[in-house]
Design a protein around this ligand. Structure first.
Ligand SMILES: *Cc1c(COP(=O)(O)O)cnc(C)c1O
Length: 384
């Protein structure tokens, strides 16, 4: 890792792989053609986009390449899925079901839709972060159009029962959107097996570039556009394509999916070694999230009596990158909505540190981090 940083914040973002960067580079320079133009230079861009689209199609098990739409990232994909589907079905029904632990890209889209007169049910989760399938079933009404539940939580790592939710959605003829931004690459994602109608991805969470994502929309699903303008992306998402970004997304996804089971195995072994060592060496710590149904690379601990933000700042001085709660919350002093939803007090939520592992991490790094963490937590507890 650059400058011997120990990077344990892969849920926030990841570094672009060399091979991905190499494929992207020409599209910022010599292959700069606008994919909509007619000359050969433009054709190179167009073909690169279609190659990326097929890579995404294969990676997630979509039936048609036309089911893949490129966007500016996970947030846009989530916004578009929710706003686009609800607006397109407003005549049929105005009810949407989600959970209390979704990413802000989902929750703030829901808040906006409520202002437009849509009705949102926010499902509770249990102490491990799992939704209750019976509660979901009970929440479905005549006018329910869409269920949106994330695959793996970005803060506590809990994996939701996506396949079961897909069956419930199908039984009630309700559409199902999945935010798979954290899951992609770490867990098997097959849109047909999971029974999902829409699925969000973001390249920078799987060693691709920032600012590019995709939305899978099952053929025949009614959805209105979110961005208006030209005819790009089958007339559904306007704007001159981010060709380099799209190429990077396609390559990064192809690679991570090929490696998925080895990658997950590596992450689980790092995760388990780290959890075991922290629990052995640091008293009064609690692991948040599900013990088993958990994102392979996620560790989230509350350390009694210390401020998680202070811990992350002191770890940063030792070259260790991790976050307190979620990266999105690090500019905000209110406790994380996810930690509150699993029943933590404000104080417990504020004593939380998240470590998320990735490709480049090693066991020797883990030892160093545990050592530093132990020193810091002990010091803060003795000062307090
Ligand atoms: C990172 C993330 C997003 C947002 O993706 P961006 O590409 O950063 O906009 C959405 N959902 C989840 C679960 C995420 O982890």
């Amino acid at each position: 890792m650059i400058l011997s940083l120990v990077y344990l914040d892969h849920a926030a973002t990841t570094m672009v792989r060399d091979v991905v960067l190499v494929e992207m580079l020409p599209f910022w320079k010599e292959e700069f053609g606008n994919a909509s133009s007619v000359y050969p230079l433009a054709r190179v861009s167009r073909e690169a986009i279609e190659c990326a689209r097929r890579r995404v199609q294969l990676a997630i098990g979509a039936v048609f390449p036309e089911e893949i739409f490129f966007t500016s990232g996970g947030s846009e994909s989530d916004n578009w899925a929710l706003c686009g589907v609800m607006r397109a079905h407003a005549g049929k029904g105005r009810h949407l079901i989600t959970s209390k632990i979704e990413h802000k890209a989902i929750l703030n889209s829901c808040a906006w839709l409520e202002k437009e007169g849509f009705d949102v049910t926010y499902l509770d989760v249990d102490a491990k972060g799992e939704i209750n399938l019976n509660q979901l079933d009970d929440a479905i009404r005549e006018d329910t159009v869409l269920i949106s539940i994330m695959f793996a939580n970005n803060e506590i790592g809990t994996i939701e029962p996506i396949e079961e939710i897909g069956k419930i959605a199908k039984r009630h003829h309700v559409l199902f959107h999945v935010d798979a931004v954290q899951a992609m690459g770490c867990l098997p994602v097959d849109v047909q097996k999971l029974g999902v109608d829409l699925l969000s991805l973001s390249a920078h969470k799987f060693y691709g570039p920032k600012g590019v994502g995709a939305l899978y929309v099952k053929k025949g699903t009614k959805i209105e556009p979110l961005i208006f303008g030209g005819h790009q992306e089958f007339g559904m998402r306007a704007g001159t394509e981010n060709v380099a970004g799209i190429v990077g997304l396609g390559k990064a996804l192809e690679l991570i999916v090929k490696e998925q089971s080895d990658y997950a195995t590596k992450l689980v072994s790092l995760r388990e070694a780290f959890i075991k060592e922290v629990q052995k060496q640091i008293p009064f710590c609690h692991l948040n999230g599900h013990r088993v149904k958990r994102h392979p690379g996620n560790v989230n601990f509350s350390f009694e009596g210390v401020d998680g933000r202070v811990v992350t700042l002191l770890l940063a001085e030792k070259g260790i990158c991790c976050s307190s709660g979620s990266a999105c919350n690090s500019h905000d002093s209110s406790p994380s909505h996810v930690l509150k939803a699993i029943g933590l007090s404000d104080q417990e939520a504020n004593s939380t540190v998240r470590f998320t592992f990735g490709r480049e991490n090693s066991f020797s790094e883990m030892e160093y981090v545990v050592k530093m963490l132990k020193e810091i937590v002990n010091r803060l507890r003795n000062d307090g």
